[in-house]
Write a protein that binds this ligand. Structure first.
Ligand code: ADE
Length: 239
């Protein structure tokens, strides 16, 4: 997977993603990460890429041409037309299924806006996916791009060391993850659930599945509508 992030703050992307699991995957060559400075395509000596909005109003708008030139330059270096994701609170809200879907791409381009946004005309020309990371407004698209890159990367084969952990955690079957425990067996009078010490694998699995369902019902009942439940589990929920 090759990520290309178009931004006015490339250092934010490079610093933010070069550590831990993502950093290791980049080092191993499973992922690559390029941050393109839109200012390099300003077409003027001052690196100016924004201007006042037509019709008036507060703030500045990122101009169409530098963004267009940056995207076209990227496309020319690739043998195919990549998906171009524009980070905006006006997009489809990012979910785990989308991370799984994006992880199948060879290249992904992220376009990060700032100020009052980007000239609509270039968005119409280059953007394939409008994505929001939640119903709140941030100061720019860099943090959302990093959030998406982190979530997508976990779904790229070879990025996580334990082959399974990518699918077993929260949102597998649209359920939250079961609780986890480690040593000591008793901590401040709180004991680990005995089934986890039993060594009985099937019972452990059954307990975890039940805890997942209970936890989802308690904390995120909205997820249950699309959860992958057996008939028996559905009955348990409605009883
Ligand atoms: N840019 C500003 N706020 C955003 C959000 N919530 N999601 C994606 N991009 C954004």
């Amino acid at each position: 997977m090759n990520y290309h992030v178009l931004t006015l703050f490339p250092e934010m992307i490079l610093q933010g993603l070069n550590t831990s699991i993502i950093g290791r995957a980049i080092e191993k060559g499973i992922l690559s990460l390029e941050a393109v400075n839109i200012r390099d395509y300003a077409g003027n000596r001052y690196g100016k890429v924004d201007d006042y909005p037509y019709g008036g109003g507060a703030g500045m708008v990122m101009q169409a041409e530098p963004v267009y030139a940056a995207v076209k330059d990227l496309e020319e270096r690739m043998s195919h037309k990549p998906r171009v994701i524009y980070l905006t609170p006006q997009g489809r809200v990012f979910r785990q299924e989308m991370a799984v879907d994006f992880a199948k791409e060879e290249d992904l381009v992220f376009l990060c806006g700032h100020y009052e946004g980007i000239d609509e005309r270039v968005l119409e020309e280059v953007v394939t996916d409008y994505v929001s990371i939640g119903d709140y407004v941030l100061t720019g698209g860099e943090l959302p791009a990093m959030v998406m890159i982190d979530a997508i990367s976990r779904m790229v084969p070879g990025v996580l060391s334990n082959g399974e952990s990518g699918t077993i955690e929260s949102f597998h079957d649209n359920l939250l993850e079961y609780p986890q425990y480690s040593r000591p067996e008793v901590w401040r009078d709180k004991a680990v659930p005995p089934v986890l010490l039993s060594g009985h694998h099937a019972n452990v699995e059954k307990w975890r599945r039940e805890e997942s369902i209970k936890r989802t019902l308690e904390r995120r009942p909205d997820l249950l509508e699309d959860a992958n439940l057996t008939e028996k589990e559905k009955k348990f929920l409605t009883s």
